[in-house]
Design a protein around this ligand. Structure first.
Ligand SMILES: Cc1ncc(COP(=O)(O)O)c(C=O)c1O
Length: 415
């Protein structure tokens, strides 16, 4: 009897605390196909595990533990922790970012970087501005800190910066508070696949400086570009207005859970104070630092780019052959994702069970939109397809299966 009462009490407590109305946990997208169907999972946004540098990690782990095990296993870690921050700062210079190792806050993945920013900057009811669509993990983190989110449109050149300019002018005219920050993904957007053009980067950096708008630049995929040269980071264009974050999740392995955050000067101490996890693992940082010392990261990243570009090409070829004529997507210049938009009025969620039954899945676009915009149909006719994870030899076939389902769907909805 007691037992039942306690569990009811707990459920009531959890339900009353559950104010996270935005975003979706990644675990929501583990499709279970029917018996006998082998699924090609285009929904899973994971790196290709064949590209993880397993041997370098195995060797580096042994070397670190034998050489500096006692310090590496202690609170705070060994001096390798400082070496890793230095390495990250030097690498950031390739994107035009000038920072010392002391200004790099190493985090448990860039997810924790978002969490630190939310704790540092968001008070209940504050506005945070994001792109439409946006990364559902970020929406969830900011909403759980009490932010009210407002989304701005994107197109083939990334965020429509003019819409942001208008909103800032309106806030000034109406004497309304500015958002605490604008969160965006300039490179190889998840899910939209787009890249913020150079002139829009410059325009947004100007706006940020003119209005004192803080930018949160999520560069999770920045290293995975298919173009020869990177565009300058927003952090390079408006350093004092921008918090820049990136991660080893897409270049080394997400299992190490190592990301980083570089904020405006003077913010580092405040960010570090928000870390309530007893520090990011010193042992893992030491191992990652050792891996990076022992191998050619540039060559490794070149290899990743070639492999992922090859995967993109195969999927895109299949999509061009098989999707309904009215389907459109931006060719991604890097990263993991293709964002397909179908004809107005199509609801992709209706076709998901049929797609799964024919052996392929996707993430319906609504998952990347705010609940308030979803209620008005945002994302209904879009879907995210991921080319990084499913076996490359089946990607084209997967696109064909998807095309068959969507063509059926277009015909049904036209009737
Ligand atoms: C755009 C974006 N930002 C951040 C993350 C989180 O990455 P991490 O593993 O560093 O927490 C992801 C992961 O998929 C992502 O797609």
């Amino acid at each position: 009897m007691h037992h039942v009462q306690n569990s009811t009490l707990l459920e009531e407590r959890l339900a009353s605390r559950n104010f996270i109305s935005e975003g979706v946990p990644a675990s929501a997208f583990t499709t279970q196909p029917p018996e006998g169907v082998t699924l090609l999972p285009l929904s899973w946004g994971l790196p290709d595990p064949d590209l993880f540098p397993v041997e370098p990690f195995a060797e580096a782990s042994g070397r670190v533990l034998r050489r500096e095990g006692r310090q590496a296993l202690q609170y705070g870690g060994s001096e390798s922790v400082g070496h890793l921050a230095e390495w990250i700062a030097q690498r950031a210079a390739k994107f035009g970012i000038l920072a010392s190792g002391d200004e790099v806050v190493v985090t448990n993945g860039s997810s924790q970087a978002m969490d630190l920013l939310a704790r540092l900057l968001i008070d209940e009811g504050d506005e945070v501005w994001v792109e439409a669509p946006s990364y559902f993990g970020a929406l969830r983190i900011f909403a759980s800190a009490g932010a009210r989110l407002r989304a701005f449109p994107t197109d083939g050149e990334g965020l429509v910066v003019e819409a942001v300019r208008e909103a800032l002018q309106e806030a000034v005219a109406q004497k309304r508070p500015f958002p605490k920050f604008f969160y965006l993904m300039p490179n190889y957007h998840n899910p939209a696949g787009c890249t913020l053009s150079r002139h829009r980067r410059e325009a947004l950096a100007d706006l940020a400086q003119m209005y004192g708008l803080l930018l949160v630049e999520d560069d999770a995929y920045g290293e995975l570009r298919f173009a020869p040269e990177p565009l300058p980071a927003l952090k390079a264009l408006a350093p004092e207005q921008t918090f820049y974050m990136s991660t080893f999740s897409k270049t080394l392995a997400p299992g190490v859970r190592i990301g980083w955050l570089i904020g405006p000067k003077g913010s580092t101490r405040w960010l570090r104070d928000q870390k309530a996890d007893g520090a990011t693992s010193g042992l893992v940082q030491a191992i990652v630092a050792e891996v990076l010392q022992g191998f050619d990261f540039d060559a490794h990243v070149r290899h990743l780019r070639e492999r992922y570009q090859e995967r993109r090409d195969v999927l895109v070829r299949g999509l061009r052959e098989a999707l309904p004529a009215e389907a459109a997507f931006v060719l991604p210049q890097g990263g993991f994702f293709v964002w397909v938009t179908l004809a107005q009025g199509v609801d992709v969620e209706h076709s998901l069970p049929q797609a799964v039954a024919s052996g392929v899945d996707f993430v319906p676009g609504g998952a990347f939109h705010l609940a308030s915009d979803r209620a008005h149909g945002a994302g209904k006719n879009s879907m995210r397809l991921c080319f990084s994870y499913a076996p490359i030899e089946h990607l084209e076939d997967g696109a064909h299966r998807l095309g068959a389902v969507l063509n059926g769907l277009s015909q049904t909805s036209a009737r």
